[in-house]
Design a protein around this ligand. Structure first.
Ligand code: WQD
Length: 336
């Protein structure tokens, strides 16, 4: 299919573009480079053997997006372009509701005006907030605890209602758990702008000395080693889930709106991720044990049964793969 990928030179977007090209889809990227580097396009071309078209535009610019959808004869949209820093969303909610919700609505309007009826949406496990139990299923009540999480949940509700009103529109929301790792080529990976917000990039910058030793937030949780449990999903597995979702809606094997958890289904603790990094890469991680971070759920990991049954997708990579690939990418960055 001719697929428009918004945010396609970003971390998850670029990995998904590679998998789409490998699956012989045609890809057009729209990105405004607010949290990405256009140079990634050349690296996508190196890995995938072909260079997708890249158009600089804001998804909220109706005229610009209308032109892209028309000129490029788009048949499907995979939507990544959004802000994703939980802490920043608390400090600047309007930035998040404008970009993640208002501009999302504008994109759906532009798609409707062009009768484009295949849509894969990048949602997040943040819609669950602090889930009472794990593994989390798609029926676990949604109770976001940040404007970021609320923005993703609002988008899901908008998409569900638009799909209900438009039987021809097929929408899928993928709720990502904690995304980690990098492409095994070593030339594409996460490029956190400013200070990283998430555990694995923080581990890596503590190792390189760009950041001070990291603090493990809490060791007194009711978990096997006292530290929080999360579901660390490799970015390449996540990318492949988008291709599976696109294929599924194109053949409309399910109803016209579905939600899927995209995770490994296996919990990993903070200490386990640190010791796995040390074991696989043969490097000590400088860290200290500290107090809990307010708002952290003790455990948040997926039941990924529904994606396996309906999308025919399951994670194949492990935290070992993720820490190896992320470190290989970091070493490539350091050589640049
Ligand atoms: C993971 C674990 C921390 C840093 C958030 C968003 C979620 C998604 C992923 C976008 C927690 C611990 C972390 C540190 C630590 N983003 N930690 N020391 O909070 O699970 O999820 O990012 O979709 O929406 O909510 O990710 O990487 O911040 O933390 O001990 O210096 O690592 O306490 O247990 P989180 P995280």
């Amino acid at each position: 299919m001719r697929v428009l990928v918004t945010g396609g030179v970003g971390f998850i977007g670029s990995h998904t573009v590679i998998e789409l090209l490998k699956a012989t889809h045609e890809v057009i990227i729209v990105d405004n480079f607010s949290n990405s580097d256009p140079e990634v396009l050349g690296r996508i071309a190196t890995v995938a053997g072909q260079k997708p078209q890249l158009i600089e535009a804001n998804i909220g610019n109706h005229a610009a997006m209308d032109k892209v959808l028309k000129d490029k004869h788009i048949e499907a949209v995979i939507h990544f372009a959004a802000y994703k820093a939980v802490g920043e969303s608390v400090a600047d909610p309007l930035k998040y509701y404008r970009n993640n919700v208002a501009d999302f609505v504008s994109l759906l309007e532009t798609m409707a005006a062009n009768n484009i009826n295949n849509f894969v949406f990048s949602s997040s496990a943040a819609v669950y907030g602090n889930p009472p139990t794990s593994p989390v299923t798609e029926d676990t009540p949604c109770a976001p605890t940040s404007p970021y999480g609320w923005s993703k949940y609002m988008d899901e509700i908008v998409l569900k209602d638009v799909c209900s009103a438009t039987p021809a529109l097929k929408g899928v929301a993928l709720r990502y758990f904690n995304v980690v790792g990098a492409h095994d080529s070593g030339i594409i990976g996460e490029l956190p702008k400013g200070t990283p917000q998430n555990l694995l990039p923080i581990i890596i910058q503590a190792v390189t000395g760009k950041l001070p030793p990291l603090t493990v937030f809490g060791t007194d949780y009711d978990t096997p080693d006292g530290t929080c449990l999360r579901d660390y999903i490799h970015v390449v597995d996540l990318a492949r889930a988008h291709v599976a979702a696109l294929d599924t809606i194109a053949n409309q094997k399910t109803g016209n709106y579905s939600v899927y958890n995209i995770g490994t289904g296996k919990p990993t603790s903070v200490i386990e991720l640190i010791t796995t990094f040390e074991k696989i890469n043969g490097i000590k991680v400088p860290y200290t044990l500290g107090n809990r971070r307010p708002g952290d759920p003790m455990a948040c990991y997926a039941s990924a049964q529904k994606a396996r049954q309906e999308l025919g997708w399951q994670a194949t990579k492990t935290p070992e793969d993720a820490v190896r690939d992320a470190w290989r990418w970091q070493q490539h960055l350091q050589q640049k």
